[in-house]
Design a protein around this ligand. Structure first.
Ligand SMILES: Cc1cc2nc3c(=O)[nH]c(=O)nc-3n(C[C@H](O)[C@H](O)[C@H](O)COP(=O)(O)OP(=O)(O)OC[C@H]3O[C@@H](n4cnc5c(N)ncnc54)[C@H](O)[C@@H]3O)c2cc1C
Ligand SMILES: NC(=O)C1=CN([C@@H]2O[C@H](COP(=O)(O)OP(=O)(O)OC[C@H]3O[C@@H](n4cnc5c(N)ncnc54)[C@H](OP(=O)(O)O)[C@@H]3O)[C@@H](O)[C@H]2O)C=CC1
Length: 465
């Protein structure tokens, strides 16, 4: 690299999302005198990073040179590092690039863009069957929603068909006046400090995370409340603009409909829908590219930087955490990676601890939070808790399920393998999460209890205390 290093920091963290900020917090608490730089492309950083030794640089990293331990930012500056942690997150894996009618939702800017376009929309098509789609189809009002999913049931990334069936009536009912309470710490974003170095580009900001739609009106241009039609087992065949459609020789639409919408989505089930906007809620791609060129990072099949049980990539002194990385250590049989806020925070925290431990030559073991998968969220105004191998992931036919369901109130599913609990899905106010978490962790043989385990007349909490 020709340019001279402006400064060499002990620690450099790239990315001001939850993973990067937690990593900084952990490093500065472990080694308060450490010289730390946070380099981030977005306008905002998550939460407060109020440490004297912290230098915040608002610019995107353009290239990384692991041999010289340096990186170059979009505004042409070069910084050196002793240890680096890449927390550059992910971006939406869009159905198609550069189509103004196809939108992904990731950060504040894209959510505002969606809100603006929605306010003029009468019909939108939502494609995808994961977290964003589940939240959107429930929250959007004043607009018809066509929801196209690949699977036989809704919410494939979180649920099985039973849970989906439990949830579906909520899409048809009116929303309750009072939303289920949120008992989680809320994070806010911080404006850049006055005078802080920054270049505003079209760079991605941090992912929105839990509760992102609270306080944002997701309202379309119609007088209807919620109206969702689900198109099952189909994918997008083609997306046309109105003009393309009118000029197309094989017109598949009814003539009266052609030309009345700005964009049309042809699905593999043979149906074509005109709409004002297509939301591509089709997953995330790790933001690893700026770091790859000229280096020899090991990259996982999903495009993430492979990390070991110390959050280290294959390049010396380079760590990674959050959505950009792929956990490639020998995983616990009860944990799997999902690109979630909680995991990004746990990884950032643990990466910070590992970096500090390595500098201080202290031993460090894989954190306990990677023992058991747990995720608490809210879908369709129900509290949802997912534990361990909640969908029998990787168990093949070697598992049995116990299910208890009360329509409109709760859905409880337990996954057992060899008589031991290995996962659970809890929807509604079940109060079972703590007991089940313990039963999964202690791997007690539950064979003697059989179906009694879910007997609503047995106070299971007392039973296993
Ligand atoms: C709409 C939405 C709702 C969600 N809801 C939930 C939820 O309810 N529960 C849950 O658990 N998870 C949820 N998630 C997922 C969760 O938000 C993410 O998994 C998590 O925030 C990822 O954090 P991160 O720090 O790894 O990445 P990000 O938040 O993406 O942060 C990456 C940071 O890196 C910066 N950056 C990127 N490239 C560069 C570069 N080249 N140079 C410098 N900086 C760079 C970005 O500006 C950003 O600051 C949601 C995600 C979305 C999009
Ligand atoms: N409450 C929560 O916990 C929330 C979490 N999130 C997180 O934010 C991130 C982004 O959310 P989201 O975009 O919904 O990602 P998800 O990974 O949750 O879901 C993506 C969905 O899109 C499907 N899909 C992928 N490609 C296509 C395609 N070409 N055509 C049709 N469907 C496709 C996937 O199916 P398949 O799985 O078969 O590939 C999957 O159903 C995720 O990491 C998610 O976990 C987001 C919102 C809320």
């Amino acid at each position: 690299m020709a340019a001279k290093k402006e400064k060499t920091f002990k620690f450099v963290i790239v990315g001001g999302g939850i993973a990067g900020v937690t990593c900084v917090e952990q490093l500065t608490s472990q080694i308060p005198s450490a010289d730390v730089a946070l380099i981030t492309a977005g306008h905002h950083i998550k939460a407060v990073t109020n440490y004297k030794q912290l230098t915040v640089i608002h610019s995107a990293v353009k290239s990384l040179h692991t041999e010289t331990h340096s990186l170059e930012t979009a505004d042409g500056r070069v910084f050196g590092y002793e240890k680096l942690c890449i927390c550059s997150g992910g971006r939406p894996k869009l159905l198609t690039q550069d189509n103004p009618y196809v939108l992904g939702i990731r950060d504040t800017d894209s959510a505002q863009e969606f809100q603006k376009l929605l306010s003029k929309a009468k019909r939108i098509v939502v494609v995808g069957n994961g977290g964003i789609a589940l939240e959107l189809v429930y929250e959007v009002e004043g607009c018809e929603v066509i929801w196209a999913v690949k699977d036989k049931a809704i919410g494939n990334t979180f649920f099985d068909a039973g849970a989906a069936q439990f949830l579906i009536p909520s899409l048809e009912a009116d929303k309750p006046e009072v939303a289920a309470p949120c008992k989680r710490t809320r994070y806010t974003t911080e404006e850049p400090a006055p005078g802080a170095s920054q270049t505003f580009t079209a760079e991605p900001g941090s992912a929105l995370g839990p509760d992102w739609h609270e306080g944002i009106a997701l309202r379309g241009a119609q007088q209807v409340s919620r109206r969702v039609s689900v198109e099952y087992q189909c994918e997008v065949e083609k997306i046309f603009t109105s003009e393309e459609l009118l000029n197309s020789p094989q017109q598949t639409l009814r003539p009266e409909s052609a030309g009345s919408w700005p964009v049309y989505v042809q699905l593999t089930n043979g149906k074509t829908f005109g709409c004002d906007l297509v939301v591509s809620a089709t997953g995330v791609v790790p933001n690893a590219e700026p770091f790859l060129h000229g280096n020899t990072f090991a990259v996982a099949g999903d495009g993430g930087l492979r990390v070991d049980d110390h959050m280290m990539t294959s390049e010396p002194d380079v760590y990674a955490a959050g959505d950009v990385c792929t956990a490639c250590w020998e995983l616990s049989s009860l944990w799997q990676q999902m690109r979630l806020w909680t995991q990004a925070r746990q990884m950032g925290w643990y990466a910070g601890r590992c970096m500090a431990a390595h500098v201080l030559s202290e031993p460090i073991e894989l954190d306990f939070c990677f023992e058991l998968f747990s995720h608490i969220t809210k879908f369709f105004n129900y509290k949802v808790v997912l534990l361990g191998k909640f969908n029998g992931q990787g168990l093949g036919s070697d598992h049995e399920l116990l299910v208890r369901c009360t329509k409109g109130r709760e859905y409880v599913k337990v996954v057992l393998s060899g008589g031991r609990m290995v996962g659970a899905v809890l929807i509604g106010e079940t109060d079972l999460e703590e007991t089940f978490e313990n039963l999964i962790l202690n791997q007690m043989d539950l064979t003697p209890y059989g179906e009694e385990l879910l007997n609503p007349d047995v106070d299971i909490e007392d039973y296993f205390d």
